[in-house]
Ligand binder design. Sequence first.
Ligand code: ZN
Ligand code: ZN
Length: 339
Amino acid sequence: MKAQILYGKEDLRLKERPMPTVKDREVLIRVKACGVCKSDVDYYFEGRVADFIVEKPIVIGHEASGIVEGIGRSVKEVKIGDRVSVIPLIGCRNCDFCLNGTENLCRNRKFLGCPPDTQGCYQEYIAHPADLVVKINDSVTYEEAAMIEPSSIAYNGIKVIGGIEGNNRIGIVGAGTIGLLIGALLNSNKKNKIYFFDIDEKKLSFAVSNILNSKGYVIGKDDNNLPADLNMAFDVSGSSTGVNVAIKRMDFKGRISLIGWSTGERSTDLNTVVLKELMLRGSSNFTVKTFKEVAELVNNGKVNLKNLFKSGFKLEDTGKVIIDVKNKKFEKPKAVINI
Ligand SMILES: [Zn+2]
Ligand SMILES: [Zn+2]
């Protein structure tokens, strides 16, 4: 079978790999679609993301969907022919975090396509634990199913500060993929009012035209007109400026979800956090439960992801697509490879 293997910085090669062997509790998946994540772009150009370093050849890619073509002996959850989205986060299943359904915090978790040696999904077949796939309806395309993974990161960030319901005034700092997905999820409750903040006017106008009834503000330009009574905000930018924009725009007792991150320390306007009694809450990846909840929203047509990605690329094109994503060639925030 064919696989895109990353040998080091800017060195991605299409190679033959042996078919994976399927253990008792695993399924064999013919991968059909895999999204390009910012982390894939960083592995390709920088050879690392934080402390995860490409030291030996690895297949990257983790936003995947496909069809089940084989099942291990003790698999009951799925059958051959099921269309599935892949949960790429694999907890140890033994620690307190895993046993409490917070696999995202497991110290021994693995993540598909993550160095040094957890192989990912830019390849034709993967073997994967049967309880870490979610069935998708026939109405959902493989490309949309690949979007469930980044949507789960967005949804986890929403859940940690209260969820979709209510009558909220929401600020989203950073109008990239995750920011847009937060908007798309929150938009499933029509009572929510959504304001995007970014320094990039192009990103903002895409966000505003795709997330119904949202408004966009350019940081540094529209500052005097920004709303100042938010009760929920999300920082996806990972920058000090971004977090401080959110802090400044909150009403008393507001809740801020911190999803973006960057290397190095950040300075935060903690005095305002104290004065307004704000709550700052971090959100890391997603849990298995969160992923399944998002899959249900997508299966039931509650969240519309269709306009947020560009697809139609082949496995052979993966390197070029990663370069094009880096160079912001596409209008849509996400590119999805068809495999
Ligand atoms: Zn990702
Ligand atoms: Zn664990």
